[in-house]
Design a protein around this ligand. Structure first.
Ligand SMILES: C[S@@+](CC[C@H](N)C(=O)[O-])C[C@H]1O[C@@H](n2cnc3c(N)ncnc32)[C@H](O)[C@@H]1O
Length: 248
């Protein structure tokens, strides 16, 4: 590779590998980001997001949420005032992180969020119900012409059921961005490979308009997470459809 071909900002990962005593393989990859998330190689030391320990969250899972936000390069500017549905929220680690970022959160769980901090939060609406039948249109938080900004899912569900639910959210385009965890070793799962293949098969139906990655993040133990979003072209199409409806 000529030096002129290297990225100018120096944001690259160089890897050297000796295939034989006299042969050195060199790989140079640019640290880069697409519209939805950081691509590999990741921009952090050892590719790992550093999340400080903080005691005020009701669950240690807050760190999973913060790690996801870093992988999607999302901060307060991206989340403030954004309409979020969160599925599987109790005891509320993720919910607290998202509210701290200024999001407007509709949280859904079988049980209630008990931490007193939530009682006074005006940007939170909690729905005590089965997340599998939660429909943002019939609940009245979404009108059909425009999607919510985000859906975050951390439901304790067997992956096969979770894939069906994720597909319902993607198929209906209820949210622009989809953040969806899958818990391995749950229920009647046969193998991790089959579970991943099932997730990939579902996601492949919505390419290329829906771009996504499946990641096993450092804080996520026995889980993988889908990070995905509808592309801008898809949004533009939805916008033009809306303006046609308005003009009529
Ligand atoms: C891993 S916990 C979520 C932890 C949460 N993200 C946090 O940071 O505190 C999973 C949650 O999914 C909820 N859950 C599982 N199946 C559900 C369903 N069908 N409907 C509603 N909630 C469900 C459980 O009640 C549980 O609170």
């Amino acid at each position: 590779m000529k030096s002129s071909e290297l990225p100018k900002n120096g944001n690259v990962l160089v890897q050297l590998f000796m295939t034989q005593k006299t042969t050195l393989a060199v790989s140079v990859s640019e640290v880069s980001k697409n519209s939805a998330f950081w691509n590999y190689p990741l921009p952090w030391k050892y590719g790992r997001v550093y999340v400080p320990v903080e005691k005020h969250y009701p669950a240690a899972s807050y760190a999973k949420c913060k790690e996801i936000l870093c992988h999607m390069d999302l901060n307060k500017d991206d989340l403030a005032g954004k309409r979020v549905v969160e599925l599987g929220t109790v005891p509320g680690g993720w919910t607290m992180v998202l509210l701290e970022q200024g999001a407007e959160v509709n949280s859904v769980d079988w049980t209630d969020l008990k931490d007193p901090w939530f009682k006074v939060h005006s940007s939170l609406r909690h729905h005590t119900m089965d997340a599998k039948i939660f429909n943002p249109v019939s609940i009245g938080i979404l009108d059909r012409s425009e999607a919510l900004d985000y859906v975050f899912c951390d439901l304790a569900l067997p992956p096969v059921k979770s894939v069906d639910l994720m597909e319902m959210w993607i198929q209906n385009r209820w949210a622009e961005r989809v953040i969806w965890t899958f818990k391995m070793g749950f229920g009647h799962e046969v193998s991790h490979a089959l579970t991943i293949r099932g997730i990939q098969k579902c996601l492949a139906k919505y390419e290329p308009e829906f771009v996504c990655t499946i990641r096993h993040l450092y804080k996520h133990e026995n889980e993988v997470v889908v990070l995905g979003r509808w592309t801008d072209e898809m949004r533009a199409r939805a916008e033009s459809k809306k303006s046609i409806v308005k003009d009529m």
